[in-house]
Write a protein that binds this ligand. Structure first.
Ligand code: SER
Length: 877
């Protein structure tokens, strides 16, 4: 029974029992607590927790899942996969244990035809109810029902959330897989394989996976791995021989020319290629790009691991492309995203593979040297600084270092590596900026604001308001008063000042108290919810308790708002034009200026940049409304609002909408209408890291000033060329062509004059004991002199040539000796030596041709004389 029949049969069975088919959710889990989707139930978590009401009471799915806690283990055995497919049926407060058990049994025995004699059941140790149901209602022999503890029969997502006791179905693979055990699976997990897990989802657990509450309803969550079922139903010894993953093994064999099943070591590499190749394909199809963080790092890691094993098997050509095609051929019919995005997947993989080959080449040779040295020294540890250097200088992944070192029985010194990494982080932090509040002060402000509550922010609606000073912080101390000239942080109970956040720079402006005035230089968050106004007191004093009139600098704020709204529009356009993967990775929004970083694997072409900036300007001119509203996180998600991955959001969020198209979770401030942005001029696009691009733009007045600067530069050039601005390019092209032509003729003239110079010098050569000698000065470049010397040698047949040049305070001597004279023992280098000394330099080169140089240009003639003399003496002897 092939995998597609397994999927179909499962779905048909539960469809008959009123289950609604839900598509697989993306591997990119829509859940900040999870890096990647790890179970069919992930997408239903809000239903289990009672946060949302499910639109149906029963569901079923075939879910793409990833399990990546121990990537290094995958391949070593034939039991693990990073990516697998999970069949599941779900009940949201509808049916419970009774139906779940009975249906699972029916499908497994009748639907899939597995012999009852081969089946075993496990239940949670205290779950009498489940044990009774299996024995009395389903009719499983009591001896085949085994009780197990929390580690085996209590399921959670691995993080806080819904969880519950579970019951699993096992198949006995038979005597070929080890000894039978009275306790079945509890006695031997090699022989008895789990094919289906039924979770009785009834508890909510904390991060320590301790149940802390009952869920509002009792639910069912089941999961059956397609690969495991396939191995049983196809009667093959492991999942790596089933139709899909086995198909990938076949491709890995084809790519490497190595056969599976011949050697443990190469088998491991083939399994890695098959498993990782498939996982890579699915990750990229779901929009993950290789990077150094989060899921991007998982992807990069498996890509690199696969590539390295392919190279180890002797494949030096790219390997990922073939695995992607095989995944598509085997699974693309069911998972359309793989087929639809195939070109994109290839593109991303190809680039990473190329990049990694380079890293590998450099890192491996360093690592191998270090391994040899350390082993030779009798050590069994690889020093942490080696791994650190590889990581820091070559971008060589530490897990790879660890793995390669282990292959030579060396263990990485993890402690020293970790401390070097930590030092580096500390350095990076220190280089960024000191934290807003030093230790003691942090506590002081925290105490005050604990009593006063967070700063009330009214700056979305009002640019000025009044607030009371609740704390003043100067350096590391809290103070009661700040006087003229002091720089302090002012904490108010209410403010209109926007604190730097979400990429948007903090507001500037003025605070006016009853006894003094302060200029706000910077506004930032000192603690969550607490705004600090960094001020310089310009007159009088500001004291704790003062009523303050706060006024934000309107021009500053408007400038920032223009840039911020433009950023949202740009984000939307980038995703629209480049694809959903072009997600925001960071941004900086300042008055008149924006910088936007996003994920993309390629430089944008001029045409793309032009298209994006035109679209941006057009969307500004349409003058859409910009609206902001507060809502629940779930509602925001349901209307498709963009959230920044990795950012923590509360239950209530603020959504900013531009027109009908862009929706983002955002706490920043924005223009009310897009036309207020005025001009948006994209000024640059470039790379800021692997698969990370940056667009910069100027907006509003700064945008206008930029365009004006460009226009007037063009005007100047046009004036110089005596052409209209439109004709500048054409005219300049013609001019450059003429220049090239002139250079060519000039070179020809120079060549001719050099030849006639050589002829003249040859004619003037003096005769010394039957051979010829030329000594001359030509103030030209060294290359020209060398060419002249060579051509004289050719013309004269048997000769010594000595030439000198002085240019820009530097002098050079060139000496050339024909071969016959070299054989007689005359060396150009020796001849030059006396002259070189006078010029203040040394002589280098060969006996046939030597060049020397020095700074004493004024002694050139003298030096030439000395060399000439030496030559004469040498020839005469
Ligand atoms: N959530 C359970 C599992 O992943 C059953 O679907 O095994």
């Amino acid at each position: 029974m092939d995998s597609s029949t397994i999927r179909e049969r499962f779905l048909a069975f539960f469809a008959e029992r009123d289950h609604h088919q839900v598509p697989s959710s993306s591997l990119v889990a829509n859940d900040p607590t999870l890096l990647l989707t790890n179970a069919g139930m992930n997408q239903f978590k809000p239903y289990f927790l009672g946060e949302q009401s499910p639109p149906f009471a029963r569901a079923m799915s075939v879910q793409k899942c990833a399990r990546t806690p121990d990537i290094d283990e995958v391949g070593k055995t034939a039991r693990h996969l990073t990516f697998f497919e999970m069949l599941g049926n779900f009940s949201f407060g509808d049916y419970y244990k009774r139906e779940a058990c009975a249906w699972a049994w029916e499908l497994v025995t009748e639907g899939f035809g597995i012999d009852v004699e081969r089946l075993w059941i496990t239940v949670f140790q205290t779950d009498d109810e489940a044990a009774e149901i299996w024995a009395d209602e389903v009719g499983v022999a009591r001896g085949r029902i085994v009780r197990r503890g929390k580690a085996d029969n209590f399921w959670s997502m691995g993080v806080a959330g819904p969880c519950g006791p579970c019951s699993e179905l096992f198949v006995d693979l038979g005597p070929g897989y080890g000894d039978a055990s009275e306790e079945g699976p509890a006695g031997n997990e090699d022989r008895y394989v789990e094919i289906w897990n039924l979770v009785f989802m009834q508890n909510d657990c904390d991060a320590a996976i301790e149940p802390v509450a009952d869920l509002p309803k009792k639910n069912i969550d089941t999961g059956a791995g397609v690969e495991r079922l396939a191995s049983v139903l196809q009667g093959v010894p492991t999942i790596y021989e089933t139709d899909t993953i086995g198909g990938l093994i076949t491709e890995a064999e084809r790519l490497t020319g190595v056969r599976y099943g011949t050697d443990d070591r190469t088998d491991m590499a083939l399994r890695i290629l098959a498993d990782h190749g498939r996982f890579i394909t699915f990750l990229i199809a779901d929009g993950v790009l290789p990077s150094n963080e989060g899921r991007g790092y998982v992807l990069r890691r498996v890509m690199r691991r696969a590539i390295r094993h392919a190279r180890m098997l002797g494949r030096n050509e790219p390997v990922l492309g073939g695995l992607i095609d095989a995944t598509d051929a085997l699974m693309g019919g069911f998972y359309n995203e793989v087929r639809d995005k195939k070109d994109f997947i290839h593109d991303v993989a190809e680039r990473e593979e190329g990049r990694f080959d380079e890293t590998l080449r450099q890192g491996l040779s360093l690592l191998e040297r270090e391994i040899t040295t350390n082993k030779a020294a009798g050590s069994n540890t690889l020093p942490g600084d080696v791994a650190f250097k590889l990581h820091d200088t070559f971008g060589f992944p530490v897990d790879l270092t660890r793995e390669i070192a282990a292959e030579s029985q060396l263990e990485l010194d993890e402690t020293s590596f970790a401390s070097l990494m930590e030092e580096q982080r500390t350095r990076a932090r220190a280089a960024r900026q000191p934290g807003p509040l030093a230790g003691g002060l942090h506590d002081a402000v925290a105490t005050v604001t604990d009593q006063q509550g967070p700063t009330e922010f009214v700056g979305h609606e009002h640019l000025s308001t009044t607030g009371r000073v609740v704390a003043l912080a100067a350096g590391a101390d809290g103070v009661m008063v700040a006087t003229e000239g002091d720089e302090v942080d002012v904490v108010l109970d209410r403010t209109s000042f926007y604190a730097e956040g979400g990429g948007q720079v903090g507001d500037r402006g003025v605070l006016r108290g009853p006894d003094g005035i302060a200029e706000v230089l910077e506004t930032r968050r000192l603690l969550p919810g607490v705004t600090g106004h960094r001020v310089k007191v310009t007159a009088g004093e500001i004291a704790v308790g003062d009523e303050i009139e706060v006024t934000v600098d309107r021009a500053w704020r408007t400038g920032a708002e223009r840039a911020h709204t433009a950023t949202h529009i740009l984000h939307w356009i980038l995703r629209d034009r480049l694809g959903d993967h072009a997600r925001q990775a960071g941004s900086l929004v300042e008055p008149g200026r924006l910088r936007f970083d996003f994920n993309h694997f390629d430089a944008l072409s001029d045409a793309q940049i032009d298209d994006i900036s035109t679209e941006l300007q057009q969307r500004v001119l349409v003058d859409d409304h910009v609206r902001a509203f507060e809502t629940t996180f779930d509602f925001a998600k349901s209307i498709g609002a963009m959230a920044i991955f990795g950012e923590k959001y509360g239950d209530f969020v603020r959504v900013v909408e531009v027109g009908e198209y862009s929706k983002e979770l955002c706490g920043g401030t924005h223009v009310p209408h897009t036309a207020r942005i005025g001009v948006v001029a994209v000024t640059s696009e470039g790379s800021v890291g692997a698969n990370l691009r940056r667009v910069e733009a100027l907006v509003g007045e700064e945008g206008l000033a930029y365009l004006k600067r460009k226009a007037s530069a063009l005007d100047r050039v046009a004036w110089m060329l005596k052409a209209a601005p439109d004709e500048v390019a054409e005219k300049l092209e013609r001019l450059l062509a003429t220049q090239k032509e002139m250079q060519r003729s000039l070179a020809a003239v120079e060549q001719r004059s050099a030849e006639s110079d050589a002829t003249r010098l040859a004619d003037e050569a003096v005769d010394v004991s039957g051979t010829r000698l030329v000594v001359a000065r030509r103030d030209a470049g060294v290359d020209a002199l060398r060419a002249l010397a060579q051509s004289l040698k050719a013309k004269l047949g048997s000769a010594v040539v000595v030439l000198g040049t002085a240019q820009e305070g530097r002098a050079n001597l060139v000496a050339a000796v024909t071969k016959d004279l070299v054989e007689r023992g005359i060396s150009a280098r020796d001849l030059l030596r006396p002259g070189a000394e006078m010029l203040g330099g040394g002589a280098g080169g060969k006996p046939e041709l030597s060049i020397s140089g020095g700074r004493s240009a004024e002694r050139l003639d003298e030096a030439l004389g000395a060399v000439g003399q030496a030559a004469r003496a040498a020839l005469a002897s």
